[in-house]
Ligand binder design. Structure first.
Ligand SMILES: [Ca+2]
Ligand SMILES: [Ca+2]
Length: 378
């Protein structure tokens, strides 16, 4: 039998099971994975700053949600220094008291579920009262739409804190798919300034990908969206400050990794463009599931000690599925349609690139799912 973790990934991929909230808190209050979703999924993170005070107020502007997308999970975050008992209002709806999800040296992180209040792109007002001291609010929205490329959204949250004089580095990990990915990072209470208050580093799998963390939202809060390349399995995001008693002190409630490169363009398109985009989602999502299933069936038979996998038959079926996917794209998408969606190059090149991305992603998922038993497959 396949390992239970593999089973979970398979179900997640085929969309049979929304993994939902899975909260396993750690002793050190580092952000940990609270939500995972596989398939044609995406996410957007927003934040606004406040320079102290107990009652943050502002708005988030969301622009990345395809029309008609299903909102799978949305959370609002606020850090209280050193805590408080905040209540929030989002999009005109009172949410009541926040849930204290974790705490660290000098602060407590509060969270509110706003999934039902997100209705697509637009501006969402948010405010809260009752913090001891606060430096702004953050928002994450995870969504699903067939036009999106197959990938994985991973939301990590908690009460990360780089505390001057005591904590100079903290990290969180993502169980991701190999390939291009988008990393979002939200901090609050961070400041610019001469060393050692600046000089922070954002490291992904050891490489510096961003920093310093110097209130890039204008006042004591930062939001980073960083393109990275993820590896199969464990990926580590670490933030560091200069190891100095006077280094910056700030909170780190949220980090999100999206495995897949999300498109820049969203509807409204022309009717042809929209049809092409819908077909891309349908074809790539369907092909991803098909490839994954054909490999999984073979490997499961192998693992169960049943008859050996007929790899020739498997490859024949896989090639047939790939050719079918290409034919549908050729029928539904012209070069102009691709251009409208933000792709460049000939229609054939775009089509081949789309299909290759699915093949790579499906194989990466198979390797991740069967890592222990099938290190060299497929
Ligand atoms: Ca600070
Ligand atoms: Ca700083």
């Amino acid at each position: 039998m396949m390992p239970s973790r593999g089973r979970q990934l398979l179900f997640g991929l085929s969309g049979l099971l929304a993994l939902g909230s899975l909260i396993i808190r750690d002793a050190f209050a580092l952000p940990v994975t609270s939500f995972v979703s596989n398939g044609p999924v995406g996410a957007e993170v927003g934040a606004f700053p406040m320079s102290g005070g107990s009652s943050p107020s502002g708005s988030f502007t969301l622009t990345r949600i395809p029309v008609g997308a299903t909102i799978e999970q949305a959370w609002l975050y606020g850090d209280g220094w050193p805590g408080g008992g905040p209540s929030a209002v989002f999009a005109g709806t009172p949410l009541g008291a926040g849930v204290a999800i974790d705490s660290n040296t000098h602060h407590v992180t509060f969270r509110w579920d706003v999934t039902s209040l997100i209705a697509g792109n637009g501006s969402y007002a948010a405010s809260a009262t009752g913090f001891a001291t606060n430096h702004g609010l953050g928002l994450v929205v995870a969504f699903r739409h067939p036009s999106l490329p197959a990938g994985r959204v991973i939301i990590n949250d908690g009460s990360g804190e780089l505390a001057h004089g005591t904590t100079f580095a903290e990290s969180t990990t993502f169980d991701a798919l190999a390939g291009p990915a988008t990393l979002w990072l939200y901090t609050n209470g961070d400041d610019p300034g001469p060393l050692p208050v600046t000089g922070e580093e954002i490291r992904f799998n050891g490489a510096i990908v961003g920093g310093p963390i110097d209130a890039n939202l204008g006042l004591r809060a930062s939001l980073f969206e960083i393109p990275v390349t993820a590896v199969d399995g464990v990926n580590t995001l670490e933030i560091r400050t200069p190891a100095d008693g006077g280094a910056d002190n700030f909170g780190w409630p949220l980090a999100v990794l999206i495995s897949s490169a999300l498109p820049d363009h969203f509807p409204p398109f022309s009717a042809n463009g929209a049809r092409c985009q819908a077909q891309i989602g349908k074809v790539t999502g369907g092909l991803h599931a098909k490839l994954q299933k054909k490999h999984a069936r073979c490997l499961d038979m192998d693992a169960a000690g049943q008859r050996a996998c007929d790899t020739i038959m498997r490859e024949t079926n896989i090639n047939r599925a790939i050719e079918r996917a290409k034919a549908i794209l050729d029928e539904k998408c012209s070069q102009d349609d691709y251009g409208e969606l933000g792709f460049s190059g000939t229609a054939d090149a775009v089509r081949d690139g789309l299909v290759q991305k699915v093949i790579d992603s499906a194989e990466a998922l198979i390797r991740a799912t069967y890592a222990a038993d099938y290190a060299n497959k497929p």
